[in-house]
Design a binder for this molecule. Structure first.
Ligand code: HEM
Length: 180
């Protein structure tokens, strides 16, 4: 990427890409983006995007196709959006069904399931003593599927909820839409 950027004439750069921003910042002030940080700064977003966005989009397609009523709403919203002309920031900021689909997908099929942390002091959590310096995995996405937590009961409330697990998730994605 560095070589490619250098090989292109300044006139051929279209501006506004992350690669160009990082390289321009480095050329302007190497103390801002150091030479030995360039490889990580340039490749990191690709790795982060492949792991997260690509897999989340695959889950989104799966989740939407699995729910015909949801598919209908998402498709109608997308058709109406494109019928209004070119996409703008403003136009895409008001897409309740599509936005709801993405949020529900992140909740039902979270790609980053836990955040690793290190305890900076002794504490007790749910009866388990945690000592300073111990590694801890915070399963933050568990909250999105825990009916005991506020909000989940209503969102998941549906006659189809009985079996829990994935079936409950499917019911939740539909009840979310009826709320959106
Ligand atoms: C569905 C998409 C994504 C999800 C679910 C996601 C999720 C996460 C999570 C859970 C963390 C850890 C936060 C923490 O430990 O406190 C994180 C960190 C980070 N993500 Fe993403 N991410 C996504 C997309 C991206 C993309 C596309 C980029 C870059 C273009 C990116 C760049 C980063 C960076 C730089 C960090 C580290 C932030 C820091 O330590 O200060 N992420 N992401």
């Amino acid at each position: 990427m560095i070589r490619d950027y250098r090989d292109r004439s300044p006139a051929s750069r279209d501006g506004g890409t992350l690669v160009e921003d990082i390289m321009e910042a480095h050329d302007r002030d190497p103390s801002l983006v150091a030479a030995n940080d360039l490889v990580a700064a340039l490749t990191g977003p690709y790795v982060a995007g492949l792991d997260t966005v690509a897999n989340t989009l695959a889950s989104l397609v799966y989740a939407v196709l699995k729910h015909p009523a949801v598919l209908e709403r998402v498709r109608a919203e997308a058709d109406a959006l494109f019928a209004r002309g070119a996409l703008t920031d403003e136009a895409i900021s008001d897409l309740p069904s599509i936005n709801g689909a993405v949020l529900e997908t992140l909740r039902l099929y979270p790609i980053a399931v836990a955040q690793p942390r290190v305890a900076n002091r002794d504490f007790e959590y749910a009866g388990y003593p945690i000592r300073e310096g111990e590694p801890v995995y915070c399963a933050v996405t568990h909250a999105g599927a825990d009916e005991a937590l506020p909000g989940q009961g209503q969102r998941g409330a549906s006659p189809a909820n009985g079996d829990g697990g994935r079936q409950r998730g499917n019911a939740m994605i539909e009840s979310y839409w009826s709320l959106a």
